[in-house]
Write a protein that binds this ligand. Structure first.
Ligand code: NAD
Ligand code: HSE
Ligand code: NA
Length: 815
């Protein structure tokens, strides 16, 4: 035997009643005749309450009564065959006339007792259960309408009556025995006292009716049919990835529903809990979905916790002072005071120093609680044994819930890692020794970010979603987008990671989409839907969205964005960049960036600042952190210049080779940055700083490649013209090299705290003689690599290798 309870939305209209009938018919074909408990049609209980309260004020209830009639009569017309309608209309009319008389009485007397209110409200369930039983009778002739008020007995606490479970269960069993083979349609919510007066069961009353029937008959299950798929892992309004839980224990369900999962009201489950009758949450409008089973034991699922609950708005009160230390009974006094005044305490923490107690209350109670404490502890406050209580507002509670946590170490670690990694400050923590709930208090502004980060940490098959804000959609930016798109499936299947580019901007346009901008059509979308670019707005939008696992990527060559890095770190967002400007301006800034990133626990990754995707920055960092010491660095770090001298042979003209290097994507957006040595200088400066030297750009001894006229060219166009004019200068250099069988190399050195870059002719014995394409090469001579240096060599410019390096940094920043 099963109990099926249908809530207001399931009996709210002809369509939903049809859905309900389909569910019953399916069971009926298999010989099932469950007991069906019904709520009032959606909205009717509120309407009845309003009518009663208004009648007491002298306000006419006529129009509302008409509305009530029409809601029910419409369903009769739609779902009952014409020939059967009359008796149904007649009974409904009887109910409505009784109701009218009652309301008229209230109106005349201008008096509404809670007893009359219960009676008035009871018509909601009586009308709906009667109506559904008559509709059902057309398919199931043994249908019987049951007014449960005669079976559930309570005290006389109208509005929220206490049930006499023993007597009620006895009456229910008797009734069912006396009506064998019947298909029962039972009113939810209503009961009666010893004198037979109608009472109601308070919040969640129809669930309670179902639970009482389930317990009385030791039902196989109680199914609560509603309009959602079950209890969810988290609040779906904030967590898009929330999903229905297959199985929960009663305790877990209590914990989760307490924090806002409004599917059932936990106290109603107690009778079922005591008899170990499982409760199943089902969706009337998605009946093939199995829903959530709430049973005695927790049951194993593939996740370490069952759900994340949250309370959006909470206030915290902190009581501290020396007067509390070692003083037994202080907290007793404090909390009985609050309990006496009906102030509900949501969470309590006290440190073992006993110097302070922090507790959370609903914001509406906070001020009252503070005043109560101030009055009660007036003497202690005067004697300065206690500090005045402090209220903090705009806070939220987030809790992870699950009975299996207690056998699983590392759960709180995972929780706090997800929060810390996203810069979410934890204000207070509570974990009961039962270990099935760990609660934290955080700022309300962080709740959505925290819920998503924690949900990712515990639930998603995907370990996480990285949210990327990308600046620069040129060579490198656009190549990165293509690589991300091509790698999407691999990342999902092998790394459990999803990368969403949620913001992008170039110097003209910017675009945002929290669901991720399509990396197939970003170009057209940016052009057609993009707003006019504004860096300030781009960054403040990123801060406001406050998304978890958020990374800012700078793929520009501009100074502007670098001015915002500090602010970005301060918002707990990591930065990945191929832009060298931030690291190569003043040493003070270089230092401040690192200090700020470290303080906020976020990453600053810039592998592509030196040698594009080649592992140079990382290698140097590993050497330094593992205690090696740099003796000497020798390097070719301009891909452009390397390419030029590798191809400036035979008949080739210098001008043409430079043009080619630019066309191949090796040069900076402005190729003069490469040929003047600025770009190389920046890289040497970054390496020198990363190896521990506090030096400035002016300290680098930068040798020139170009004659003065080219160095001074005012525009890129002029520059190319000058290169053509100076052809003879470059050809002389080329011929000298060829004559001596040597190669032209632009080589950077770092030794004894000095950095220099100079043009050299090297012979075939020199380790840098054999290079091709845009090759970079770097040789580290260190304490550990003294006899033979550690060498990294390979293509050090180009959009594929650079975007690839940015991509790898992105993955590390998201790790
Ligand atoms: N090409 C390489 O091999 C290589 C290697 C390593 C590093 N890098 C670095 O990559 C970066 C980008 O190079 P690229 O070749 O892609 O340049 P690019 O000129 O093709 O693209 C630059 C992009 O940045 C945008 N931009 C510039 N200023 C902006 C601002 N203030 N706000 C928003 N967007 C802005 C531009 O609109 C453009 O979309 C440079 O810093 C360069 O040093 C390049
Ligand atoms: N323009 C740069 C790109 C790599 O940083 C070069 O030629 O080396
Ligand atoms: Na690199």
């Amino acid at each position: 035997m099963k109990i099926l309870k249908f809530g207001g939305t399931s009996v709210g209209s002809a369509e939903s009643i049809n859905a309900l009938l389909d569910i019953l018919k399916q069971g009926y074909e298999q010989g099932e005749k469950p007991i069906v408990v019904l709520s009032a049609m959606s909205g009717i209980t509120n309407l009845l309450t309003k009518m009663a309260e208004e009648a007491e004020q002298g306000i006419s209830f006529g129009p509302a009564l008409k509305e009530l009639e029409s809601r029910h009569f419409t369903v009769v017309k739609q779902l009952i065959q014409i020939k059967n309608q009359n008796p149904v209309f007649t009974q409904l009319k009887i109910y409505l006339n009784e109701l009218e008389d009652l309301l008229q009485g209230v109106l005349n007397l201008r008096e509404l007792s809670s007893q009359s209110k219960d009676l008035i409200v009871s018509y909601g369930e009586r009308c709906s259960a009667f109506l559904v039983s008559k509709i059902a009778a057309q398919y199931f002739p043994e249908s019987l309408f049951v007014e449960a008020s005669s079976l559930i007995k309570t005290d006389s606490n109208f509005g929220n009556a206490r049930v006499d479970l023993q007597q009620s269960e006895l009456l229910i069993r008797q009734f069912v025995q006396e009506n064998p083979g019947k298909f029962l349609f039972v009113t939810g919510f209503i009961a009666s006292n010893v004198n037979g007066r109608i009472t109601t069961l308070g919040r969640g009353g129809s669930d309670y009716t179902a639970a009482i029937f389930g317990a009385a008959l030791q039902a196989e299950a109680i199914e609560i049919w509603t309009d959602v798929d079950g209890m969810l892992t988290a609040d779906p309004r904030m967590v898009k990835k929330a999903f229905p839980l297959p199985i929960l224990s009663y305790t877990e369900a209590m914990e989760l529903s307490y924090f806002g999962a409004k599917v059932i009201y936990p106290p109603t489950m107690i009778p079922a809990f005591m008899k170990k009758v499982p409760i199943v949450i089902r969706n009337t409008f998605n009946p093939s979905f199995p829903g959530t089973i709430i049973q005695y034991d927790s049951g194993r699922t593939s996740y370490p916790i069952k759900g994340i609950s949250s309370i959006n708005a909470i206030s915290v009160i902190n009581v501290s002072g020396s007067g509390m230390i070692g003083k037994a009974g202080f907290s007793g006094r404090l909390f009985s005071l609050l309990a006496h005044e009906q102030i509900n305490i949501v969470l309590i923490t006290q440190s073992s120093s006993e110097h302070s107690i922090t507790f959370a209350v609903h914001p509406a109670d906070a001020l009252r609680a503070k005043h109560l404490i101030e009055t009660e502890f007036e003497l202690e406050l005067l004697a300065k044994k206690l500090e005045p209580p402090v209220i903090e507002n705009e806070l939220s509670v987030l809790a992870i819930v699950g009975e299996n946590m207690k056998q699983t170490p590392g759960m709180s670690g995972r929780l706090f890692h997800a929060l810390g990694r996203n810069g979410i400050n934890v204000r207070a923590i509570a974990q009961g020794s039962s270990e099935y709930n760990i609660s934290v208090i955080i700022s309300q502004a962080d709740l959505s970010k925290a819920l998503n980060a924690v949900h990712d940490a515990f639930f998603t098959a995907l370990k996480k979603t990285l949210h990327v804000f990308n600046l620069g959609t040129g060579n490198i930016g656009s190549t990165l987008f293509r690589q991300l798109l091509e790698q999407e499936a691999f990342l999902r299947d092998n790394n459990d990671i999803q990368v969403k580019v949620v913001g992008m901007s170039n110097s003209r346009k910017m675009l945002f989409d929290v669901e991720g901008i399509s990396l197939t059509s970003w170009q057209t979308e940016l052009d057609s839907k993009g707003e006019t670019a504004c860096l300030e707005t781009f960054i403040s939008r990123m801060q406001q969205l406050n998304l978890p696992n958020c990374i800012f990527v700078d793929n520009t060559a501009s100074e502007e964005p670098t001015k915002h890095y500090l602010k970005i770190f301060e918002s707990n967002i990591s930065v990945v960049t191929c832009n060298k400007i931030a690291n190569s301006s003043s040493y003070a800034q270089y230092k401040q960036l690192r200090d700020t990133a470290r303080r906020h626990g976020v990453d600053f990754f810039y592998e592509t600042n030196v040698g594009a995707g080649l592992p140079i920055v990382r290698t140097l960092k590993d050497l330094m952190t593992s205690g090696d010491r740099i003796i000497r660095i020798e390097a070719i770090l301009s891909g452009t210049i390397s390419y030029i001298f590798n191809n400036f042979i035979g008949d080739a003209s210098f001008h043409d080779v430079v043009k080619k290097a630019q066309a191949l994507g090796y040069t900076e957006p402005d190729p003069r940055d490469d040929l003047r040595g600025t770009d190389f200088m920046r890289k040497m400066l970054i390496l020198a700083r990363d190896s521990g030297l506090a030096i400035e750009a002016k300290d680098v001894d930068l040798g020139a490649i170009l004659p003065k006229t080219c160095l001074d060219a005012a525009s890129v166009e002029d520059f190319y013209l000058e290169l053509q004019k100076e052809a003879a200068y470059f050809d002389t250099l080329k011929e000298k090299a060829q004559r001596e069988n040597r190669a032209i190399r632009y080589i950077g050195k770092l030794e004894d705290g000095k950095v220099s870059i100079a043009l050299e002719l090297v012979d075939e014995k020199h380790p840098f003689f054999n290079l091709s394409g845009s090759d970079n090469v770097i040789s580290f001579t260190t304490e550990r690599y003294k006899e033979r240096p550690l060498v990294v060599k390979g293509p050090g410019a180009g959009s594929e290798v650079t975007a690839g390096g940015v991509f790898a940094d992105l993955m590390n920043a998201g790790a």
